[in-house]
Design a protein. Structure first.
Lengths: 176, 176
DNA sequence: GGTCCATGTTACCGACGAGTAAGATTACTC
DNA sequence: GAGTAATCTTACTCGTCGGTAACATGGACC
């Protein structure tokens, strides 16, 4: 049910997705949406929150703390790509909204971004590079979803190659 | 005059920026906007087009064809950062809209993105990496604008460091 | 000074869509 | 099977905003 809303939001954006359309797509009637979520903002927030939580959970459980840095990063990247692949609506929304400074979602979203940035900053010891790397991942994921065909591992390797020089030399992973 | 529109669009997004508000901010009346631009879409398109053209021009004229690859890249990055710094509204709009697949702007925007991607692909001989690199630049620029303080050259160097391994060994530039 | 075009303004229309009130329908209890 | 509570729908209100029609103003030219 949130899923229908997510698809509508992802496909048309917040404003062009009407509550009537969402209700119809979800197979229920509009007042039900209001009953459950209070308002359109509420519905959107619920969806964004769920998506964000799902992504974070998926990345966190891939990140086994005891492994060396390069392996942890690789696992995180794969988790991220898998999420983007399997929940393309959620990923689209998160990506699109992650720099929309207006609205009460800003708090939620910038918090998510912040957490990812912190994970990466901790890994790289370089805040600027962490943000650049995050952007590389996002952009690459978008491109990959629009032009599928390459296996996920290969995409992940592109990112790993970018990350290698920034990892402490001791943490480097030899591939191939 | 387009400037007022741009600021409104950048601050509130396309839908929340009302024509009345834009007209007032521009110091003219609403029918004048319609006289010049035909419609809200038209106004938006005009602004996006102008911004895109300005960015491309600025990057292109920094790109002296005869220089080695690393220098050309460096010049392009600086031009890009300068544009983002000086036309933050334009940059915000371009960045936000560059993955909004809906609307007639899609053509314009994906064309711009395509051209940048092609320039980078030509440089790196690797399409996936080119998109990742573009995303890194965008994300880093956003972060930099939100957290100023570091000099532009330092930001550019972060990107250069990412690019180095992907440039042909012959093209590498020794820094510092 | 009258005519006319350019440039602008005020005041309105109509559509669309968020949100709601009041009624229908089902399910559940005694 | 009557009463009733929960669940869901139809049908409406109302504000907002894109777009426009009709009306002002002011200069140019004769």
């Amino acid at each position: 049910m949130l899923e229908a809303a997510g698809q509508a939001f992802a496909a048309h954006g917040f404003h062009e997705a009407s509550m009537d359309a969402i209700a119809q797509a979800a197979g229920i009637s509009k007042p039900m949406l209001y009953n459950y979520f209070g308002s359109k903002q509420g519905l959107y927030a619920a969806y964004v929150e769920r998506s964000g939580r799902a992504l974070m959970t998926s990345m966190r459980e891939a990140d086994s703390r005891s492994a060396p840095a390069a392996q942890r990063l690789h696992a995180g990247i794969l988790a991220f790509l898998t999420y983007a692949e399997e929940h393309s609506s959620g990923w689209t929304i998160l990506h699109r909204e992650s720099f929309a400074q207006g609205g009460p979602l800003a708090a939620e979203l910038s918090d998510l971004r912040e957490r990812v940035a912190q994970m990466l900053t901790a890994l790289f010891n370089d805040e600027a590079f962490a943000h650049a790397f995050a952007g590389a991942g996002e952009s690459l994921a978008s491109w990959w979803l629009a032009h599928p065909g390459q296996p996920k591992e290969q995409i992940a390797n592109v990112l790993m190659d970018i990350a290698q020089p920034a990892l402490g030399p001791a943490d480097r992973l030899v591939r191939r």
